[in-house]
Design a protein around this ligand. Structure first.
Ligand code: FBP
Length: 254
């Protein structure tokens, strides 16, 4: 059964603000005095009219108030740090349940699968259990489909592996997949086709040198059928996050 995505999309398009990098990369790598404060990111998500803000449960619990905040909450259910050894075979354990996410006010949940990792099977199993539970609550599930690990080393951004990851998302029952763009429109068109009825959103990656570069990538992926973006650093590391949010919103919705 197809789940209703209207709470986390506008005109069928998604504009999600990702803010789980504190866990994934650590404060030194990504944050300034300004954007280390989750409240500031929540304000950007609200004022920038994002269709979802992505938090881990701890930030959701301390900063997000479903009675006050209008931007829909997407709770990331698994995660890992950048510190562990053996990162060439990554595994991000589940840290939050679907039920907990619902109590926090979630309109959707997210989970990363490192496609190609030695622990891929474990993540596929965890994801499947989440998907089953979320479906019972009619809650959309977003899968971060990230090729990683020795089996795909050097091929993470290839058309073949990205399309494989996208297809896996469809076959596992994801409602939306979030996947990197390799900069080649034709490749991404194939990725979108591989995902079938599962919607595809572009994950942002590190901040590009210019805004134009980032916005051009957004236009590219939309032109070949992507349903939007789930981005973080390119927004909240910008000198004027609200201005770039408005530019992004124009591209997505007008
Ligand atoms: P960005 O737009 O900042 O890249 O955020 C997208 C995202 O998927 C985050 O949700 C996550 O924290 C991060 O990228 C993971 O990046 P990576 O696995 O490449 O280090």
């Amino acid at each position: 059964m197809e789940v209703d995505l209207s709470k986390i999309t506008k005109n069928g398009r998604a504009m999600f603000l990702a803010y789980d990098q504190g866990m994934e990369h650590g404060p030194e790598q990504d944050f300034t005095d300004e954007n280390i404060d989750p409240q500031k990111i929540l304000d950007i998500a609200e004022k920038g009219q994002f269709t979802g803000v992505i938090f881990q449960k701890g930030i959701a619990e301390k900063y997000y108030n479903p009675k006050v905040n209008r931007v829909p909450l997407i709770v990331k259910l698994n995660g890992k740090t950048d510190l562990r050894e053996g990162l060439d075979e990554p595994y991000a354990p589940q840290l939050c349940s679907v039920e907990e996410a619902i109590e926090l006010g979630a309109a959707a949940v997210g989970y990363t699968i490192y496609v190609g990792s030695q622990f891929e099977g474990k993540m596929m199993q965890e994801f499947s259990a989440i998907e089953q539970e979320a479906e019972r609550h009619k809650l959309p599930v977003i899968a971060w489909m990230y090729p990683r690990g020795k089996a795909v080393a050097g091929k993470e951004n290839s058309r073949e592996i990205l399309a494989y990851a996208a297809r896996l998302g469809l076959e596992l029952g994801a409602d939306i997949i979030k996947i990197p763009y390799n900069g080649n429109k034709e490749d991404f068109e194939w990725v979108v086709k591989a995902a079938g009825k599962t919607k595809v959103v572009m994950s942002g990656g590190p901040k590009t040198e210019t805004r134009e570069e980032f916005l051009a990538m957004v236009k590219d992926v939309l032109s070949v059928g992507a349903a939007g973006v789930a981005v973080g650093r390119n927004i909240w590391q910008d000198d004027n996050p609200l201005e770039i949010s408005q530019q992004l919103s124009k591209i997505l919705f007008f």
